[in-house]
Design a protein around this ligand. Structure first.
Ligand SMILES: *[C@@H]1O[C@H](CO)[C@@H](O)[C@H](O)[C@H]1NC(C)=O
Ligand SMILES: *[C@@H]1O[C@H](CO)[C@@H](O)[C@H](O)[C@H]1NC(C)=O
Length: 392
């Protein structure tokens, strides 16, 4: 027999449907008449490769780190006027770093497999959020008073340092919402970042600069941070991979104000990439000395433990500012921060409006390898990342 609760649920569903309908109508009337920006195609196929593949081509001297780094810097310049994803860059220094990598490779007597093991991303350009400290780079979190003081990173955060130690070359830092505290990437210092699949829509947040830049081939791999969906949500809106690792495994030193000595936290830095094959080696770099707590070597292999497939969000990337009317949608991601368990966004094709959609693959604590193994299988089956530009 139906109780008053049942009637209440039906009533609330009708209210929700009407609210969504009106919100969608208003925003589509505002935005749909505006043209979408066109993302130019890449002129060098390797700009679309995974970080893992680029590293292999560099260490086997089929590509030089210099030509790869120059090409990404050029690509960044080309697309940033559309995306507004990059807020500070070190292209010239990065090219010098790349030349040193090429010199090292010309003279080293290390074997290819030794190089792959000790420096899996040798010579590969990467990006990171402006709110994650990097030596000499803008470090304002989108706060005007910090911009007035011209705040720059004094040292590298542990995660940026770890990736540099393993051969990565930082080329730029990317935009975030003010203090990372919103699900759209917009602030009063650097303005608004747009989604590369539809510039009228948000790239998500807080790792929104990373997601749209990666999806448009402006960077090979990127370091996200995730306290309530901040890696997975923009990855979902921009059709790439983003993994939030098990909590308390990766150093938080240098993530906004964090000193790394906080006892327990929901925030976790995590890998973002166009290709699932980067997730395991990239996570392996970020966990550093804690790698023994994960079974990453067991990831392409599924054990007896299960995974949960969970929607990556209730809808495709909203129009700019639309999220103010649906602020609680972030619960789709935030729940897994509260539970401190690993979750990966996997791109799974497009909505009828041509925007990326996806799934979260969720596993128990320390079972990150299961998420990443399933991500690779889904990529094989469903195709994964699709460029936001016409490619031949
Ligand atoms: C390793 O994990 C511990 C707790 O699980 C954490 O306190 C420490 O910061 C981690 N180390 C690194 C290098 O991330
Ligand atoms: C953590 O480290 C910072 C900077 O070194 C220090 O100011 C702060 O007091 C420390 N906090 C705790 C809880 O130890």
């Amino acid at each position: 027999m139906a109780t008053w609760i049942d009637y209440l649920i039906v009533f609330l569903r009708i209210v929700r449907f009407c609210v969504d309908y009106v919100v969608d109508l208003i925003f589509s009337l505002i935005y749909d008449r505006r043209p979408k920006a066109v993302i130019p195609p890449i002129d060098k196929p390797f700009l679309a490769y995974s970080g893992t593949k680029l590293a292999k081509l560099i260490r086997t001297k089929q590509l030089t780190s210099e030509e790869v780094t120059r090409a990404f810097a050029e690509r960044c310049r080309q697309i940033n006027s559309i995306l507004n994803a990059i807020v500070d860059e070190r292209f010239d220094d990065a090219i010098q770093d790349a030349k040193k990598v090429d010199e090292f490779l010309a003279t080293t007597d290390m074997s290819e497999s030794e190089l792959a093991a000790s420096k899996p991303f040798l010579g590969v350009p990467f990006t990171s959020k402006e709110s994650t400290e990097a030596e000499g780079m803008s470090f304002t979190f989108g706060i005007i008073s910090r911009k007035i003081q011209d705040m720059k990173g004094a040292v590298d955060s542990n995660v940026v340092n770890l990736l540099k130690q393993r051969g990565g070359i930082l080329i730029a830092v990317t935009n975030v919402p003010e203090l990372n505290l919103w699900c759209e990437t917009r602030n009063n210092v650097f303005g608004q970042t747009v989604n590369c699949y539809d510039s009228r829509r948000t790239t998500g947040g807080s790792s929104g600069g990373e997601a749209t830049l990666l999806a448009a081939c402006g960077s090979a791999i990127g370091i996200g941070t995730d306290v309530g969906g901040s890696t997975r949500m923009p990855a979902y809106y921009c059709g790439i991979y983003g993994h939030k690792p098990t909590a308390d495994l990766i150093s938080t030193k240098g993530l906004t104000f964090r000193a790394g000595n906080e006892t327990t936290t929901m925030v976790a830095a995590g890998p973002m990439s166009r290709h699932a094959e980067d997730l395991v080696p990239f996570l392996d770099v970020l966990v550093g000395e804690n790698r023994s707590k994960l079974k990453l070597n067991d990831a392409d292999l599924l054990g007896d433990d299960g995974v949960l497939l969970f929607p990556s969000g209730p809808r495709e990337a909203p129009y700019h500012y639309e999220s103010f009317l649906r602020p609680y949608n972030f619960a789709y991601w935030g729940i897994f921060n509260a539970l401190k368990i690993p979750a990966t966004n996997v791109p799974m094709g497009f909505s009828k409006n041509g925007l990326p959609i996806g799934l979260q693959v969720v596993a128990g604590p320390y079972n990150d390898h299961l998420c990443l193994a399933v991500a690779r299988e889904l990529e094989k089956e469903f195709g994964g990342w699709v460029p936001p530009f016409i490619s031949n």
